[in-house]
Design a protein around this ligand. Structure first.
Ligand SMILES: Cc1cc2nc3c(=O)[nH]c(=O)nc-3n(C[C@H](O)[C@H](O)[C@H](O)COP(=O)(O)OP(=O)(O)OC[C@H]3O[C@@H](n4cnc5c(N)ncnc54)[C@H](O)[C@@H]3O)c2cc1C
Length: 215
């Protein structure tokens, strides 16, 4: 049975990306999991990774308004005290550093695929990670200030104003990656398939690659 949670606020990060902050009301999840949301009474439901920290007393999701999208446009109109129905948590993209013998992490995201990694680094401060974030424009740095600056590489494919001009796949081609690195991929399926091939080609065992496909 879905839980009904009140919207606390919407925080706009760009003109088409925003964070929905909800009252948590005891809702349990593990960092990396997703929830299914709908506006109270609507039959249109969509999956969203949890953006906030396991220990926060609120629940957040990061949403990109998709052109011609249905739910991402409806959610953008939410106001404080509106009610969302929340189902879950779901998914196996869970993250607990103790699960891994090697504690070296590589996070690779496109767009709002950064969301679970935001939850990881907030829930587990002091992680040894690198984040490669692929976006189109240099303005799409969703809350990068919450990450350690020297651990992020911003790849911009639409303009040359990030750390690397091109897609995350172009960036990865000539990079050396230790085979014991635990690699987490999140975002669109094309990126995930290409990055999977690049990583296995570099000798990363399949058992060290975890992925979450958004669309
Ligand atoms: C496990 C999981 C977790 C997800 N977590 C997030 C999240 O944290 N944040 C988030 O913004 N989205 C996330 N998504 C995508 C989300 O569920 C919706 O698909 C998205 O919000 C579009 O819904 P819509 O109703 O607005 O568009 P729809 O009317 O359902 O679809 C419009 C079209 O847009 C495409 N599309 C879907 N997502 C995107 C996108 N991000 N960019 C470009 N095109 C897209 C779809 O393939 C479809 O063709 C997740 C999806 C899954 C499966």
């Amino acid at each position: 049975m879905a839980k009904k949670l009140n919207v606390i606020e919407l925080r706009h990060l760009t003109n088409n990306a925003y964070v929905v902050k909800l009252e948590r009301d005891g809702f349990e999840f593990q960092s990396g999991q997703f929830i299914i949301l709908n506006i109270e009474g609507s039959v249109n439901r969509r999956e969203y990774s949890v953006y906030s920290d396991e220990n926060d007393n609120y629940l957040e999701v990061l949403v990109r308004e998709v052109e011609d999208g249905l739910v991402s446009k409806q959610l953008k109109k939410c106001k404080p005290n509106d009610i969302l129905e929340v189902d879950g948590p779901f998914g196996f993209f869970k993250f607990h550093p103790e699960m891994f013998s090697s504690k070296k992490f590589l996070f690779i995201a496109t767009g709002t695929g950064i969301s679970p990694f935001h939850s990881f680094i907030r829930t587990f401060p002091g992680l040894d990670y690198k984040l490669i974030h692929g976006v189109r424009l240099g303005t799409e740095t969703y809350d990068h200030s919450d990450f350690e600056k020297e651990r992020i590489t911003l790849c911009t494919s639409g303009e040359d104003n990030g750390d690397f001009y091109g897609r995350v796949t172009d960036y990865l081609y000539d990079k050396r990656i230790d085979p014991d690195t635990q690699c987490f991929l999140c975002g669109n399926s094309e990126m995930i398939h290409e990055v999977f091939d690049i990583l296995t080609g570099k000798g990363i065992p399949v058992s060290n690659i975890f992925s979450e496909v958004y669309f």
